[in-house]
Design a binder for this molecule. Structure first.
Ligand code: EAX
Length: 332
């Protein structure tokens, strides 16, 4: 076989391989990606995001840069930014599960009140088979879910007065996320809930359009909600709020395989880091919140909330079976 024929065949083989193997050769792939969220740079979401960006830059020798867009810069709320992920306008997003049921319905199973006992229970379930299945389900919505980062256990706050027992909060007009399970839980508990995207909450609180809201300690602290008149903080821990770390499937699929693996590995690694910094800082932040003139009610009668919200489980039993719920609740 002549030299030129060999060259032709080798060139042919190279072209074939490149076509067959989607994405650009690793060494050549370069990108500047946008990572967004609703929270400020001092919030654990963004502390985790900075760590992720630094690790990706280091591990790709600067080929991939992740630029950070905190504080709703790329959308007024998590629903809008998740749509941006689907369209490929945003590459990465740290978001609560708030509006995600509209994209991947199975994720709503994590939104039931008093489903998780504590943080070790959370890690067991989210880092286990159930968590992995829920992350995998996002592919159907053209979204790559890399890992579960953390928002935290949510607590009720308001401008009207201390809430220790569920009856103390009857009729309170509170903001919830755009989440059908949360809405139903607060309605069952006798509150007057209204869904709203995060970007509108501070003003609505300030103008007393709503009396209260519910969020983890880090969100309350990072957004200084006492400056919007939220003077009463009840440690209800009524629901655990995970924060899926989402990626545009378009961006993910366009990367060489070695970078895809790196994003999944680093996303999981930072999940552990991010949860730890969130949990370790809660007590100190609660102390700062109290120093800012907020009445913190620690001895909340959680059982009164659990009982009052319990009807929400049967309300969604057509979508989430008893067995599925118990598989999470009883995980040990
Ligand atoms: O994800 O909307 C909310 O209350 C969320 O907890 C917040 O945006 C952080």
């Amino acid at each position: 076989m002549g030299v030129s024929m060999k060259r032709v065949l080798m060139f042919g083989f190279a072209v074939l391989t490149a076509c067959a193997w989607p994405g650009t050769a690793p060494a050549e792939y370069q990108a500047t990606l946008k990572l967004a969220c609703t929270q400020n740079m001092d919030h654990p979401y963004m502390v985790g995001a900075k760590k992720f960006a630094d690790l990706i830059r280091e591990r790709t020798q600067g080929r991939i840069t992740v630029k950070l867009y905190p504080s709703n810069q790329l959308g007024k709320g998590e629903r809008e930014m998740t749509e941006g992920i689907q369209q490929g306008a945003i590459d990465l997003l740290v978001t609560s599960t708030g509006p995600l049921g509209g994209f991947s319905p199975s994720i709503n199973i994590l939104d039931f009140p008093f489903l998780f006992r504590d943080f070790p229970h959370v890690d067991l379930v989210l880092d286990g088979a159930i968590g992995q299945r829920l992350l995998g389900d996002f592919e159907k919505a053209n979204i790559k879910a890399l890992a579960f980062w953390e928002n935290g256990f949510r607590n009720l706050t308001n401008s009207r007065g201390p809430v220790r027992d569920v009856a103390d909060g009857k009729g309170l007009k509170i903001r919830t996320m755009e989440n059908k399970v949360h809405l139903a839980a607060w309605k069952a508990a006798g509150f007057n809930p209204t869904p709203m995207s995060w970007g509108e909450v501070f003003t609505a609180l300030q103008q007393r359009v709503i009396d209260g809201q519910e969020n983890p300690i880090a969100v309350f602290y990072s957004n200084k909600l006492w400056e919007a008149g939220q003077k009463y903080f009840s440690l209800t821990n009524h629901v655990y709020s995970p924060a899926p770390f989402l990626m545009s499937k378009k961006t993910f699929d366009a990367m060489p395989d070695v970078d895809r693996q790196l994003f999944v590995k680093t996303g999981l690694e930072v999940a552990r880091f991010q949860r730890k910094i969130n949990r370790d800082a809660e007590e100190a932040k609660l102390g700062e919140i109290a120093k800012s003139g907020v009445t913190v009610t620690r001895d909340v009668d959680r059982e009164s909330f659990r009982k009052a919200m319990a009807p929400v489980y049967s309300a969604f039993s057509a979508q989430f079976s008893k067995a599925e719920i118990e598989a999470i609740m009883n995980a040990k």
